[in-house]
Design a protein around this ligand. Sequence first.
Ligand code: AVJ
Length: 307
Amino acid sequence: MSHAGALRSDVLLGFSRSPRRIPPRWFHDARGSELSERITRLPEYYPAAAEREILRERAAAIASATAARTLVEIGSGSSEKTGLLIDALGSPLTYVPVDISESALTGAAHALLARNPGLTVHAVLADFQNGLVLPAAPGPRLICFLGSTVGNLLPAERAAFLLSVRAALQPGDALLLGTDLVKDEATLMAAYDDGQGVTAAFNKNVLSVINRELGADFDPADFDHVAHWDAGRERIELRLRARRAVTARIPGAGLTVALRSGEEICTEVSAKFRREGLRSELAAAWLDPVLMWTDALDRYAITLAVP
Ligand code: AVJ
């Protein structure tokens, strides 16, 4: 399905159910990718710092445990932290970034090639949720899924995704999974409702994407950014709350939506994990978590799992 076709069906499905929702993959146009980069540099957004800390300390251990000759990075974004793994793995190395943002892919590939002239880069423009089809590349292969992006999948999507990763792994290959951990509510909320309003701009950007791609007439100023901690499901939910009654036309989806004042659109869930839960989710996908590291403050985990 084309990009616009996929957005149209997501909008049709997501806006005709209650509560309304739009899947987070539409955050990632060029501006959305730039805003998510800025989020990773916010003082409140600890997951990025915690993940970087673990990678800095454990890159050598990851390299020797895997001896990977190919590094696949799913949802690669700007591939900033990947440099640590690339350096530790040494050469020869094939790097396979997989992302739905073309601007993020080309930017990352160029930056990494400039720093590592010996690197072979095979970029894949794809949505990892449509199944994982990887180019032929030398083994052992290490598939990285960092940034706690796995937490943006709903539980059933997560299970399907882990099974598709498992299916792509051959003996000797491994998965490196970054996951944010359950912690106190104040720390979590601050990370998703930062003082500079970068996360709010990121959240509202999805409306601009719908406006541009489907000719809709949402005014982002009609919405408030809301971060909500669902303590039962242990996940943060990002929502856009209508500040007044809003009627928006979405011609590209053949739809007019009427939102009540205060009505919310769910734009993203970000699950937080516990070690036991992680282990059992991996085991359910026939993956064996052989090593798990956390940062000094126990905020974030990186798990190495093998088939
Ligand atoms: C990097 C996509 C996992 O859920 O923490 C950050 C996205 N959304 N702030 C996350 C995000 C709002 C982020 N991921």
